[in-house]
Design a binder for this molecule. Structure first.
Ligand SMILES: [Ca+2]
Ligand SMILES: [Ca+2]
Ligand SMILES: [Ca+2]
Length: 363
């Protein structure tokens, strides 16, 4: 085996590592190659990207994710994984970045301390990561007992209090299709080369399917309302966001479709509602990260967080909508801003859009 081969051929690198695990004689004979391989890996930026599983199978890891910190003036700076910003479950600084197959990501305040936490969806054998925001720019991995299993193929995540008990639930999607034939194709593709995958794609049905929308029945069950609510387009849909496009106080839906026109779905609901926009102090003028509660509407309490980004290649309009229940309900809005201050608005009426200003919020 030649050093150039080690530099350029992943299969050769793995073969070398497995030989070294065979025993001391081989390891001694190949020690110089180990050094060469290490140098090659360092030079090519592949450190941490490969390992051998307990069963002896070579395993490729993803590239390290990057969190970019903005100065609010259009500049972004990558945050280091190993300078004490990120801590492990025991509170020790990470010594290496996690080499995960990162996909979806969402900032939400999961533990209710006012600071946005970070949920990272990871594909393949990488577990999802939940980083609890300790404030002042530090994140700690959530306790191992908090979430004992993750999907290992998660693609997207969202957070909402779906049973209205005041605590947010986490909803994670993985890669599996509702169509078993497509699932079998996905599984088969993982074992093929890229050329073989292209050949297989020509023979088998496409991934085209219709988006789904489910109505929350209020008892932790959901019913498929896709056809009744107009989501009948068949294609490969990816990003999705919510925005009040016609300014009637309800959130319309925009979906992007691979090789197809954008899907724009007007919300024609006539149910009484309350929409809330926030006017935060600069530079957070949309109040991103603020928590909003509506009391006295369709249920005693509803809550949502003002978010920015987090959807796949998409971002919602900075408006949240709540169910008013009845036109005669008199409601109350409370806002907890990122600054920790609170705003309260009493006498809230249905079918109105409220803009709440952080100026005047109480400590
Ligand atoms: Ca938090
Ligand atoms: Ca809940
Ligand atoms: Ca609308």
């Amino acid at each position: 085996m030649h050093q150039d081969t080690i530099r350029s051929d992943f299969a050769a690198d793995v073969k070398l590592i497995r030989c070294e695990q065979a025993g001391p004689p081989l390891a001694a004979a190949l020690r110089s190659w180990k050094i060469a391989a290490s140098v090659a890996l360092l030079a090519s930026g592949l450190v941490g990207r490969f390992s051998i599983s307990p069963s002896g199978v070579p395993r490729e890891h993803g590239e390290a994710d990057v969190l970019y910190h903005t100065d609010g003036k259009g500049h972004f700076v990558p945050v280091s994984w190993i300078d004490g910003t990120f801590l492990d479950e025991e509170g020790n600084p990470l010594s290496t970045p996690p080499y995960d197959w990162g996909l979806g990501v969402m900032f939400r305040d999961l533990n209710g301390n006012g600071a946005p936490d970070l949920y990272v969806c990871n594909d393949s054998h990488s577990p999802d990561r939940i980083w609890i925001n300790l404030g002042r720019g530090r994140f700690q991995a959530i306790a191992r007992t908090a979430i004992r299993k993750t999907s290992l193929s998660s693609m997207g995540v969202d957070v909402a209090d779906i049973n209205r008990d005041g605590l947010d639930e986490i909803f994670v999607l993985d890669m599996l299709s509702r169509d078993h034939q497509i699932n079998n194709v996905l599984k088969a593709e993982k074992k093929l080369t890229s050329v073989q995958q292209l050949f297989l794609r020509k023979l088998l049905p496409s991934y085209a399917t219709s988006p789904k929308i489910y109505r929350n029945r209020g008892d932790l069950t959901f019913e498929d309302r896709s056809r009744e609510w107009g989501f009948s387009y068949v294609g490969v849909s990816q990003g999705m966001c919510l925005a009040d496009l016609d300014n009637d106080g309800d959130l319309d839906v925009v979906v992007n479709n691979l090789n197809g026109p954008a899907g724009i779905y007007g919300n024609e609901s006539s149910a009484p509602r309350v929409a809330v926009r926030l006017k935060g102090l600069p530079p957070n003028t949309r109040g991103i990260g603020a928590k909003i509660w509506l009391y006295g509407g369709a249920v005693p309490m509803q809550s949502q967080e003002m978010i920015c980004g987090g959807r796949y290649l998409s971002s919602d309009d900075a408006m949240r909508v709540f169910a008013a229940g009845s036109l005669t309900n008199e409601m109350r809005i409370e806002v907890k801003w990122r600054s920790g201050k609170r705003s309260v608005m009493n006498g809230v009426m249905a079918n109105r859009i409220y803009e709440i200003d952080e100026v005047g919020a109480a400590s």
